[in-house]
Design a protein around this ligand. Structure first.
Ligand SMILES: O=P(O)(O)OC[C@H]1O[C@](O)(COP(=O)(O)O)[C@@H](O)[C@@H]1O
Length: 336
């Protein structure tokens, strides 16, 4: 696959005013989300829910692509159209989560490393045939007493780089996601330092593994205080700290950065993205790849009546996509 084709896909993912909807919850995470609103976790309910999200009318006005889970890329709409084909037919790029989740890092209590490299080349080959044009791998960096360690950061960066190189070999744009977790009482400065070290290590590893940045997308966490920190930050403070951290670590050749929502409220996720874009011009387009901050309201509504609330829940998905799409341009206005 040529770098031009990868770069073209990456640029289409970052189309102005559009972002990515993350619907790649693994089996365990989906079970948790469904349990939270009382939906039975059956294969048909998971299929129907992903259908609700992907077939939202006019979703493509604000959504350039979606990250699917292995089960979802093999499923179809109620009319029998494979989800990946439905997306492509509607101008949205299918993506696929390819990591196999986090596992305890031996010798480093409280820290995890993401697994899934064994057999990855063959899995990527299959996902490409199923229609995927980008992939995603999430590393998890926890903040706590004496963590993260340099070992954890470097082990995760190394895995991300090996994954990214394999993706490019197989014609898929790698989305690299080093998520610094919000849980904890740490302050915003600590989050800044950890994010900076994690990004430095990631880009050094990508370079070592000859990953072409022009065909790579970063999925970043924002620089925020821990969720139980007494000293919370304003939207502007989070936006300014995140931008400064990214500008000091992420090469300008990268075609774009999308953010995860990480447990932020819908409003905060949108307001932070909007503020960062209003503070531009920035070296790269900044958009969203939210999971919870795109879906939470729709999931709650749907759970109240799986049949009659289907269309209303889709309207909620459309509204979240519109608000985040406007925030990707710095044009979102907070409701009075
Ligand atoms: O732990 P899992 O099942 O891999 O899922 C983690 C989730 O985190 C994300 O990377 C970001 O989601 P949020 O925006 O909800 O934080 C999603 O793409 C993914 O579904």
């Amino acid at each position: 696959m040529s770098i031009e084709q990868l770069a073209e896909t990456a640029q289409a993912m970052m189309a102005p005013g559009k972002g990515i909807i993350a619907i790649d919850e693994s089996g365990a995470t989906c079970a948790k989300r469904f349990a939270g609103v009382g939906i039975e976790n059956t294969e048909e309910n998971r299929r129907r829910y992903r259908e609700l999200l992907l077939t939202t009318p006019k979703l493509n006005e604000y959504i350039s692509g979606a990250i699917l889970f292995d089960e979802t890329i093999r499923q179809s709409t109620s009319d029998g159209v494979p989800f990946a084909k439905y997306m492509t037919d509607h101008g949205m790029i299918p993506g696929i989560k390819v990591d196999k989740g986090t596992h305890n890092l031996a010798g480093f209590p409280g820290e995890v490393v993401t697994e899934g490299l064994d057999g990855l080349r063959a899995r990527l080959e299959e996902y490409y045939k199923l229609g995927a044009r980008f992939a995603k791998w999430r590393a998890v960096i926890n903040i706590g007493d004496d963590i993260p360690s340099g070992t954890c950061i470097d082990a995760n960066a190394h895995a991300l780089a090996r994954y990214a190189a394999l993706c490019q070999e197989q014609g898929l744009v790698p989305m690299v996601e080093p998520e610094v977790i919000m849980d904890g009482s740490h302050d915003i400065e600590t989050c800044y330092e950890v994010t900076e070290v994690a990004l430095r290590s990631l880009f050094a590893s990508l370079y070592e593994h000859s990953v072409m940045l022009e065909g790579t997308i970063l999925k970043a966490s924002m620089v925020v205080p821990g969720n139980t920190c007494a000293d919370q930050a304003s939207f502007e403070e989070v936006a300014a700290a995140t931008l400064q951290c990214l500008k000091s670590t992420v090469p300008a050749t990268l075609p774009g950065i999308v953010f995860l929502s990480g447990g932020q409220s819908d409003e905060a996720a949108t307001a932070h993205l909007n503020a960062m874009n209003q503070m531009g011009p920035n070296p790269w387009p900044l958009s969203f790849s939210y999971g919870r901050a795109m879906q939470a309201a729709a999931l709650k509504l749907w759970s109240q009546d799986l049949v009659n609330n289907f269309a209303r829940a889709q309207q909620t998905v459309y509204e979240r996509a519109r608000d985040n799409g406007l925030a990707a341009l710095g044009q979102w206005k907070q409701a009075a």
